[in-house]
Design a binder for this molecule. Structure first.
Ligand code: NAD
Length: 251
């Protein structure tokens, strides 16, 4: 199928959908200048994830953990939504998409105007105290690190950390349950920029398929579920805007 025919077929599927939902991964944000994890040059290139982004790394070697997150926070400062985020927000505003479930922690869907965003892995825009759980603005954590100090909770003196899900931690159960319910109800799940290698998020498309829904996958590389999906191969920022244009022109 040509690229154009694939976009047309996806627009037709979404046009017939009553409850379409999107699931996004790091690939939806690479065109905003945020590296993904697993691509060449991604965040894991030359880095052992368990040494910098796991709960035990935070507990054993907080400095390496903070150095890694400081780099990510610096990248985030200049990041703006790209045409892929904006297309998803347009689809929701037009009533064609019920929600965006995201594995990302960058807040770019909300910045683009998406309203119902389920953050499976938390948010880099918040800090949380590792001891008492108090939520604090991420700026407090950054300011401490910029001074060369460890970020400390003003309430209890515990260490502040970004309010994201680390390796060795569970996803927030309430958010995951809501995401699962959305995927079960979805007649179309539009998966954008996820390698579909990280569970449990990667099992959400299976929930849609088992309940009889269809999958559309937008990715520049193959994924393990391509055989069960309508695949649009290429960059999300190139594919999603014309897809939204076609769908909304048909409205
Ligand atoms: P991943 O790195 O495993 O996969 C990204 C996928 O997107 C790859 O298959 C890649 O080929 C594809 N891709 C990259 N750029 C693309 C583009 N422009 N258009 C289309 N496809 C593109 O990421 P994942 O599946 O989201 O893995 C999950 C983990 O990544 C989560 O733990 C998440 O928290 C984390 N993560 C989030 C961010 C962020 O918030 N922006 C950044 C890096 C990693």
């Amino acid at each position: 199928m040509s690229a154009d025919a694939a976009v047309e077929a996806a627009a037709r599927l979404l046009d017939r959908a009553r409850h379409a939902v999107a699931l996004t991964g790091a690939g939806v944000s690479t065109e905003s200048g945020l590296p993904d994890f697993r691509s060449p040059g991604g965040l894991w290139a030359g880095v052992d994830p368990m040494a910098v982004a796991s709960l035990s790394a935070f507990q054993r070697a907080p400095q390496a953990f903070y150095d890694f997150y400081r780099r990510r926070l610096a990248l985030l400062r200049d990041a703006r939504p790209n045409p892929a985020h904006l297309a998803l927000a347009r689809l929701e505003a037009a009533g064609r998409l019920q929600a965006v479930i995201t594995q990302n922690v960058d807040g770019l869907h909300q910045a683009a105007g998406s309203r119902r965003v389920l953050e499976l892995h938390g948010s880099l825009h918040r800090a949380a105290c590792a001891t008492c759980g108090a939520r604090r603005p991420i700026a407090e954590l950054e300011a401490a690190l910029d001074r060369g100090a460890l970020p400390v909770c003003p309430a209890c003196g515990g260490l502040l950390r970004p309010d994201v899900v680390l390796f060795e931690e569970l996803l927030p159960a309430d958010v995951y349950a809501e995401a699962e319910a959305l995927c079960r109800r979805a007649d179309v799940l539009l998966v954008v920029g996820s390698s579909l290698q990280v569970t449990p998020a990667a099992s959400l498309p299976e929930v849609t398929l088992e309940a009889g829904g269809r999958l559309i996958i937008v990715n520049q590389e193959p994924t393990p579920l391509d055989h069960a999906a309508l695949v649009l191969r290429g960059r999300a920022g190139t594919i999603l805007p014309p897809l939204a244009d076609r769908l909304l022109a048909a409205t």
